[in-house]
Design a protein around this ligand. Sequence first.
Ligand SMILES: O=C(O)CCC(=O)C(=O)O
Length: 263
Amino acid sequence: MAPEDQRRSYAENGYLHVASVFTPEETDELAGDLDRLVQDWSFEAAWTGPWREAYLEPALAGTIRLSALHDLQLYSAAWARAIVHPRLAEVLANLLGPAVEFHHSTMHVKPPERGAPFPMHQDHAFYPHADDRYVDVLVHLDDTSHDNGEIRMLAGSHRGGPLEHVVVGPEGEPCTPHLPVERYRLEDAVPVPARRGDVVCFNINTIHGSYPNRTDLPRRLVRMGYRHPGNEQLGGQSAGRPGVIVAGVRRRAEEAVPFSTER
Ligand SMILES: O=C(O)CCC(=O)C(=O)O
């Protein structure tokens, strides 16, 4: 797709699938390091909430699993290179630029057979920003399909802005933010199957989710978040932490001071 078509499609749908951003060799290296990080560092992170019973048969609802880890670039040189990858930076500069700031990375590995689904949600609920100049990038380390829980997007939903999420369960217990399951259904979302090495970019306000992984292989994805450097973070994951600039130059606002060297 030509850059202006990518911009138009992203603006209209709230997401953009870009094929072969990472070469097969780069993807092999990233997948190898990710497997090592799953073994050595990952933690269990399947989302909680009453949506589980709505999505899953009772036998599966209590047993779903998700391996997660944040900021893979702090653990692996291949992932440190991935966050500033020039082909990816070019796509992001086209959608957000000219300047683009890296924000975070998070691994989502759905293990075989009981890999957790994701209820419909907006990522704004997890790391709210002042505006929607924020692009999440899903780096695919495996081909995805319905069977292993490909990402699904509610096309155009970013235009409605941030929505209130369910954050407590029926007994008042806290749960992972998600949208009401009766109103926002996975079956209404567009499946976006992708190949290993592809990325799927989406707006921080685009409603999305995924079905469980029911295959006998893991489904390995890494989300990397990027923003316009002028888009202020209001709270949540990685708040208050400046990120490396992956495209262009950070412009100085009149009142801005250089970053401190103190913690
Ligand atoms: O890994 C998935 O299937 C869903 C990922 C997701 O919802 C997210 O990164 O916000």
